[in-house]
Design a protein. Structure first.
Length: 202
């Protein structure tokens, strides 16, 4: 069952003000954030929290992850950036997945990081719409929206189900996402709780 329903237009404007009050760095892109959320049937607060978390509260389109080389407002992986920026793949796997040479992945990351926040928000919108099509419906729960960025394969999973049924993949997820002294972030619900801690409530 969906979380709070997508707000009406007047309510959305009020929510926009709340978001800017909570996250002043959102002001230059708040209209685009509201539009992107509406385009996929998500609550704007969820998207604001997602951007605040993924960008380490910087709201910077050039914010880079030193481990994964992901970049930007929602931390686009290099391959995702290459796909969204229409950089032709260097080859395609037998299963039809595009692949790029390291130098072209680096170029894609640099191009995405060079965009201003308003331009990059257009790619945030396009990315989320891709995963809404995959989900065959709106991203109308926070778990669906967050998984679109964190672990897209889990969009359709129950919030309390493990992120993967594959033992090796689940072990890798746990190894990479276990806070010091804490429990593994291995379900959509746990990820949502971690992301929303100390952030705005819808």
């Amino acid at each position: 069952m969906p979380d709070p329903t997508t707000p009406s237009a007047p309510a959305t404007q009020d929510i926009g003000k709340r978001i800017v009050e909570a996250y002043p760095k959102a002001e230059p892109i708040i209209d685009l954030l509201l539009d992107a959320a509406a385009a996929v049937g998500a609550h704007p607060v969820w998207l604001a929290n997602l951007i605040d978390f993924e960008s380490a509260r910087s709201w910077s389109p050039s914010k880079k992850n030193s481990v994964s080389n992901a970049v930007g407002l929602i931390q686009f992986l290099p391959s995702t950036a290459a796909d969204l920026l229409d950089i032709p793949p260097d080859w395609t796997t037998k299963k039809g997945y595009p692949r790029w040479k390291p130098e072209n992945l680096k170029r894609a990351t640099e191009m995405m990081a060079a965009l201003d926040a308003r331009r990059q928000m257009q790619f945030v919108r396009a990315f989320l719409r891709q995963w809404a099509r995959y989900a065959k419906g709106p991203l109308d729960t926070k778990h669906k929206l967050y998984m679109a960025v964190y672990h897209p394969a889990a969009i359709k999973r129950d919030p309390n189900a493990f992120l993967s049924d594959d033992p090796k993949e689940l072990a890798a997820i746990r190894a990479a996402n276990t806070p010091k002294g804490g429990t593994p972030i291995d379900t959509p619900a746990k990820y949502s709780a971690m992301l929303e801690k100390g952030r705005l409530q819808a």
